[in-house]
Design a protein around this ligand. Structure first.
Ligand code: SF4
Length: 213
């Protein structure tokens, strides 16, 4: 990355972290996947029950492998052979996990997390239930404000996710949101996490890389 671009990104990250902290969320900046894994090991205890929301970032950074291979009780929604009723059970059990992992569709420099879900299992666990929520996100997820967060979801995150999930939605064809009424629409629940009542329940790990959507 060009030195001047690096400087601008760093400034944006600093402001974001400062405002996440003002909003009662813990936040830190790490260089790479190794930094993510080290930070997560610090945050977890042996035999913790852990669960995840749908996220490419968690795969890309090796978090899913860590949860599978480590000494944790992982409620693994991705395990092969699960039936839909098993996945539903995992979603419900996730609310009582010691730690819940997710990325975020966008993080504003004003210190907010913005997420859109189809089923709502991820955003609801982020809001309430697990004792700890650990959000891992690349610098590409940082946007100026909520308007830009909404735009990011409509123009990048949601269309890319419909492509990944092979959903029959117009955004998959044109590359941006068409406010569809498709039966396979993945956008149902729009959640902004602002200043948190429970201080330091949410931990945000910002990674100096482009990750996920
Ligand atoms: S509302 Fe429909 S068209 Fe818009 S991003 Fe969501 S799935 Fe795509």
């Amino acid at each position: 990355m060009d030195e001047n671009v690096k400087f601008v990104v760093k400034k944006r990250v600093e402001k974001t972290i400062e405002n996440l902290k003002k909003n009662n969320m813990k936040a830190c900046f790490v260089e790479d996947e190794k930094g993510v894994i080290e930070k997560i090991k610090e945050l977890l205890n042996d035999e913790d029950t852990v669960a995840v929301g749908g996220s490419m970032t968690l795969f890309e950074t090796g978090v899913i492998d860590l949860l599978r291979d480590g000494n944790y009780n992982f409620l693994d929604r991705y395990e092969e052979g699960l039936k839909p009723e098993d996945v539903k059970e995992i979603y419900r059990k996730s609310f009582s996990a010691d730690a819940y992992f997710s990325s975020s569709n966008a993080i504003t420099t004003e210190g907010e997390l913005y997420n859109v879900d189809g089923r709502g299992n991820r955003v609801s666990a982020m809001i309430y239930g697990p004792d700890k929520v650990i959000v891992v996100a690349g610098v590409n997820k940082i946007v100026k404000d909520l308007d830009d967060a909404i735009k990011r979801n409509r123009e990048i995150a949601a269309p890319a996710n419909t492509k990944r999930l092979d959903m029959n939605t117009p955004c998959k064809e044109v590359g941006y949101c068409m406010d569809c009424s498709s039966e396979q629409r993945i956008c149902s629940d729009y959640v902004v996490m602002g200043k948190q009542l429970i201080k330091d329940r949410v931990h945000v790990i910002i990674v100096n890389k482009d990750l996920g959507y």
